[in-house]
Ligand binder design. Sequence first.
Ligand SMILES: [Zn+2]
Length: 151
Amino acid sequence: MPNPPVPPATVRSGNAPVRSWVRRITQGGQLTETCPPYCTDTHFNDDSGAVDDLTHGFHFDGPELPLFDSEQGSAPVPVLAGRVQISPYSISQRKRAPHLVLEPVQDEVIENLSPDEFAEIISKIRAQCDVLDEIHARFVAIHAEWTETLP
Ligand SMILES: [Zn+2]
């Protein structure tokens, strides 16, 4: 299959750059890929690969909490981080649409969330924060009562 010429990078209106490159497909041929406006991936290793290997997206960080591990003790671990992404050639219809991968705790993920599913999880986390506020108030009282019993 002859390779088509590489189109030059163009500039989107509003000065948001369009990032395009040619990707060699291991099954044969090549494709011209263009990042969606929200993509911050470097694509350093995406010059070749299987057609469905490509994702575009961006990562968001979460706060670090000192989680305990029996081998390493307490160490800061990001929680509630994640990534909005799209896998344009996936066999999964859900992955061909923009979807969210939530990482409640590092290396544990909830995959392929739709906007409505993500809203449901946010709602559950927010409701749990209300429970934690109530538990905190009880805990403060319990701790104060315990402090009063100290000699
Ligand atoms: Zn991209």
